[in-house]
Design a binder for this molecule. Structure first.
Ligand SMILES: NC(=O)c1ccc[n+]([C@@H]2O[C@H](COP(=O)([O-])OP(=O)(O)OC[C@H]3O[C@@H](n4cnc5c(N)ncnc54)[C@H](OP(=O)(O)O)[C@@H]3O)[C@@H](O)[C@H]2O)c1
Length: 245
């Protein structure tokens, strides 16, 4: 389902988890499409040869760091919440907590903190979730639960932010060839191809972005499916302010 399309040219973009994997590829992809400035949020210091890249120290579980990061950002068109963990393990409450800390609450805290800037710009929020958000992967239960909760968060934000001119995009990749999936013997898309498809989807205005061959196979069924129909119905009931926390 498409909302408002946009171009990257001339936009300011922030990417969390920007030092490796999909996040690093996203930084390079938006630079190649003419982003005017790219804030690269990382836990460890990042150096990049392109002068448009502004490093930001940003552990998404550290609220003081998030507050300090937002003070260094003058304006922001596109916020990409990409940082995530997959720690494996059997179904376990403590391990669910560890996943929620980064994948759900880290995403929430970063989005809520930077949202006033994105609202000012009538921009976009993008979050890299997973196909595991749509259907839990039984061999990765703790991760699946955190990504399922994050998909719900994105649906909430879309309902609340769309009237304020902000588009919200959930990225739902299948396996991607990064450190996160090093141990999995499965066909995987490259991080570069996934980054390209994510930015294509954002430029088209797709609410859900299916950026690799495995996920693309369900894209048509998703956009015409009951989940999207219910989401639109529910979104018409309530309008609250997600900035208030
Ligand atoms: N790879 C896949 O198959 C796949 C599939 C679907 C969705 N995804 C999602 O795509 C996103 C990127 O994953 P990836 O495949 O690129 O994995 P990756 O190579 O393991 O990279 C994960 C990134 O997240 C960062 N990160 C982890 N915890 C953080 C924290 N507390 N604060 C800030 N940054 C943190 C890491 O930073 P450090 O270097 O400091 O650890 C790293 O930059 C994740 O949300 C993941 O769930 C991946």
């Amino acid at each position: 389902m498409s909302t408002n399309s946009m171009t990257i040219e001339g936009k300011t973009v922030l990417v969390t988890g920007a030092n490796r994997g999909i996040g690093r590829a996203l930084v390079d992809e938006v630079l190649s499409r003419g982003a005017s400035r790219v804030y690269a949020g990382t836990r460890t210091p990042l150096s990049h040869t392109d002068g448009r890249v502004v490093p930001l120290t940003l552990d998404v579980t550290d609220r003081a760091q998030i507050r300090s990061a937002v003070e260094q950002v003058e304006s922001l068109d596109i916020l990409v919440s990409n940082a995530g963990v997959s720690l494996g393990g059997d179904l376990d409450r403590a391990v669910i907590d560890q996943h929620l800390a980064v994948n759900l609450f880290g995403t929430l805290d970063v989005i809520q903190t930077f949202l006033p800037l994105v609202i000012d710009a009538r921009g976009a929020v993008v979050s890299v979730l997973s196909l595991a958000a749509v259907a839990a992967v039984p061999f990765d239960p703790n991760y699946s639960i955190s990504k399922g909760a994050s998909l719900s968060l994105l649906q909430v934000l879309r309902g609340q932010l769309s009237p304020r001119g902000v588009s919200v995009h959930a990225v739902l990749p299948g396996p991607v060839d990064t450190d996160m999936t090093r141990h999995l013997d499965l066909p995987k898309a490259s991080a570069e191809s996934v980054a390209q498809a994510i930015v294509d989807g954002l430029e088209r205005g797709d609410e859900e972005i299916f950026p690799d061959p495995m996920s693309a196979a369900i894209a048509d069924g998703w956009s015409d499916g009951v989940v999207k129909a219910l989401e639109r119905q529910f979104a018409s009931y309530v309008e609250a302010d997600p900035v208030a926390s």
